[in-house]
Design a protein around this ligand. Structure first.
Ligand code: HSE
Length: 327
């Protein structure tokens, strides 16, 4: 097997899809990969000739690149790279991380997770680190520190594995994947509003620290219904469980037009409706592309009436992260 220190130059291109987290009651537990958008990372590794201390360079391009910091300390890919370089003693390499940022940050579609996942996968491949999935996702979750201030694994898991993933985080980290029903269609609607810089961290900071037992029971029964729905490939059952009495009432206040867009989406045939991750995107659930189209039109019309620009994505559960090429 080729040793790490034999690399003179290598590059690896990887991709990771957008994702939605929580699906209503599954805060920090449910992730779902979405084929709406994907980030593409090109990792170039060059053996340093001198004692150049700067090991990580980040370049960004693409629609979502404008507000992305390129300081490795503040960038989700940079954070992942720093941790892997430190743990595997890869300091003798210069690592250039070129991010095609197609998932704009601040939407609620797992932007930081996608770049972080694609970066972790690229490092694992180039250096032949042979890091197993759970540990690799732990590295990828370093990237969430850049936007959420804490490691949370739901977007990371959806983006890495694709499809529906349950995150079990205590006592040990475990990911349970369940394939989605074929016709599950999601409509994501993003109001294009200014969000705080550390949007996810802020949206987490306003949540209650303690939850009444009654609400816990309600959310738990809904979460179980969602899992049973994925397991049975029953879209209606999944959607019956998408109802959250703990997080939604607090976070919906951060989303302009939330009540209107929810009400009208449900009237237009959505089977369920939730905040996508920490928002401000919302997500409607349906069982056909046609209905998805109708829901999307209604969402756009709602925001037009509120004089707020928005973007919608009609999508399906995605496949997971991919290695596109290495050379
Ligand atoms: N579970 C996370 C949260 C997802 O709701 O804060 C953020 O995308």
């Amino acid at each position: 097997m080729r040793k790490i220190n034999e690399i003179e130059y290598q590059e690896c291109i990887t991709s990771a899809p957008s994702s939605t987290a929580n699906l209503g009651p599954g805060y920090d537990v449910f992730g779902l990969g979405l084929d709406a958008l994907e980030d593409i990372v090109t990792l170039k590794v060059i053996k340093k000739s001198g004692s150049n201390l700067n090991s990580i360079k980040i370049k960004t391009k693409g629609e979502g690149s404008k507000s992305i910091p390129i300081d490795p300390e503040l960038n989700s890919s940079g954070k992942v790279a720093k941790k892997i370089i430190a743990d595997y003693n890869l300091h003798k390499y210069e690592c250039i991380i070129d991010i095609e940022k197609n998932i704009p940050p601040g939407y609620g579609m797992g932007s930081s997770a996608a770049s972080a996942v694609a970066t972790a996968v690229a490092f694992n491949k180039i250096f032949k680190l042979d890091i197993q999935d759970t540990k690799l996702l732990n590295y990828a979750a370093e990237g969430e520190l850049a936007s959420a201030g804490v490691k949370h694994y739901d977007n990371i898991a959806g983006s890495f594995f694709g499809d529906f993933v349950i995150v079990r985080s205590t006592p040990g980290l475990e990911f349970i994947k369940i394939k989605s029903p074929k016709d599950l269609t999601l409509v994501v609607c993003v109001p294009l509003i200014d969000v705080p810089k550390m949007k996810t961290e802020f949206a987490r900071s306003i949540l209650p620290k303690e939850v009444p037992l009654k609400k816990m029971v309600q959310n738990l029964s809904n979460a179980c219904t969602i899992v049973a729905g994925f397991f049975n490939k029953d879209i209606q059952m999944i959607c019956n469980g998408i109802d959250d009495c703990i997080i939604e009432p607090v976070r919906q206040k951060l989303i302009p037009g939330y009540e209107q867009v929810k009400e009208r989406s449900l009237q237009a045939g959505a089977l369920a409706f939730a905040i996508s991750g920490a928002g401000p995107a919302t997500i409607a659930f349906s069982n056909s592309k046609n209905k998805g189209l109708q829901i999307s039109e209604v969402m756009k019309d709602t925001y037009e009436k509120l004089d707020i620009e928005c973007k919608t994505f009609i999508c399906n559960p995605s496949r997971g992260a991919k290695i596109i090429s290495t050379k």
